[in-house]
Design a protein around this ligand. Structure first.
Ligand code: GAR
Length: 200
């Protein structure tokens, strides 16, 4: 199974979904070996420990330059023979150095149908825009924020009664369904950034 690491900053519900899929589907092609958080108080760290996964905290505030933070992450990844990185609510931008070094090996989940609503608070952006449908996207990470080739998407209807928290909740349910299967595809070699680059 392909050893993967998950980078988080908070709740870690997508992280949990990735872990759960791999432990409940024997045919899954990846294994979560390491969870890294840039925040010591991220709730996801406790959930990862409960699941028996190794956790590390690397506080980004200790580094003057983004690349030094990334180099520390990179060292940990190499020490643990990690092959794929999944960002799951990781609220830091990775440096060009990191993204190039791990070209085609970093996945992200974003709470909108990209290329709409990039950046922070995507569910709120969708509500403010008055769209009737939004959703979530799993994509390869490139240097430009929320811009890599798309691996999988799922739509979520916006109801007139929705506020940010009800919408965010339903988007997360959709995220938990598509992230593990998208990762499986990449780990199996069925989806790669280079294939997708050639197609577009
Ligand atoms: C998820 O909805 C994810 O798509 C979003 O943060 C949430 C993390 O939740 N990511 C971004 O907005 C990235 N720009 P989780 O910690 O429960 O997985």
């Amino acid at each position: 199974k392909t050893p993967i690491a998950i980078l988080i900053s908070g709740t870690g519900s997508n992280m949990q979904a990735l872990i759960k899929h791999s432990t409940t589907h024997p045919e899954s092609s990846y294994q979560v070996k390491l969870v890294i958080s840039n925040k010591a108080d991220a709730l996801g760290l406790i959930k990862a420990q409960e699941a028996g996964i190794m956790t590390k905290v690397i506080d980004h505030r200790k580094f003057k330059v983004r690349e030094s933070f990334d180099r520390e992450i990179d060292t940990l990844l190499l020490e643990n023979n990690i092959e794929i990185i999944c960002l799951a609510g990781f609220m830091r931008l990775l440096s060009g150095w990191m993204v190039q070094k791990w070209h085609g090996k970093i996945l992200n989940i974003h709470p909108s149908l990209l290329p709409s609503f990039k950046g922070v608070n995507a569910p709120k952006q969708a509500l403010n825009a008055g769209v009737k449908v939004t959703g979530c996207t799993v994509h390869f990470v490139v240097e430009e924020m929320d811009d890599g080739a798309i691996i999988e998407q799922r739509s979520v209807r916006i109801e007139t009664t929705d506020d940010v928290s009800t919408l965010q909740y339903r988007i997360k349910l959709a995220e938990h369904q598509i992230y593990p299967t998208a990762l499986d595809q990449v780990a199996k070699g069925l989806a790669s950034l280079d294939d997708k680059e050639n197609k577009v």
